[in-house]
Design a protein. Sequence first.
Length: 292
Amino acid sequence: MKKTKLEALFNLLDDPDESVFGMVQQELLEETDDIIPELERKWESSFDEQYQERIENIIQDLQFKETSNRLRLWLRRKEEERSLLNGFCHVDRLQYPDLNPLYIQMKIENLRKTIWLELSNSLTLLEKITILNHFLFNLNGFSINLSNPHSPQNCFLNQIIDTRKGNPVSMSIFYTIMARQLELPARLVDFPKNPLVAIVDPKLARKVHGSTHDSDVLFYINPSNKGAITSRKEIEYHLKKNEYYPFHDYSEPKSDVLFVRRLLETIQESYQSVGFSEKEDKIEELLNLIEV
């Protein structure tokens, strides 16, 4: 849209006629988030509360449209081409639309380098996981936020990195991202109440992430319990004892897409618990994009 037309639309944002404002709003929402800086300048130069509120709402809608578009493009990629880290960053935009993904990537890369220096090809997968657990949970203090378990902040990757606190879903996704950064064959498992991370046979790990066929899981990791390592036998015993059937649904690796959905569901529940009902509809829109 030409700058002169945009300027004319900006000037009509304070029109008292709701039908005029409705048309202006519709046209502005057809634009990308590139117009947000100019909208912010208009907001700063105005003392009209209604004008400012209208701008705030348009900015929020444009930011959400960008978040939705990014997630949609991520979902369209082939499974093996999707980055779980990118998927998590797209979800972060719900709460932090101005967040620079490079900031998160840099933090994760710095952590990866520190751990990588302690790994060698002579180590077994179990030994490498033990080192990863030591760095994440003992040296860096990552843990589940037990003092404020329902806080929405537990759901966002930038907050996990900064505060070292998360919830079972976000911490499991974060753990999987870190394991994969270290080239460990990690897959997420939709275990009841808190997801687990499965370490699979490296030969099978080369297959498409997210396939639903049986995989050769070597062992399981519980990021909600400082990376406790568990065998398949123990997992199946727990599932049988608590009558979770079929076992396959709760013990075999699932797609990354499913866990982005689980993350959004957790955010939705967190918002509900703190009374942020105005965000629920937006999350529902994103959930409707995801078919699993």
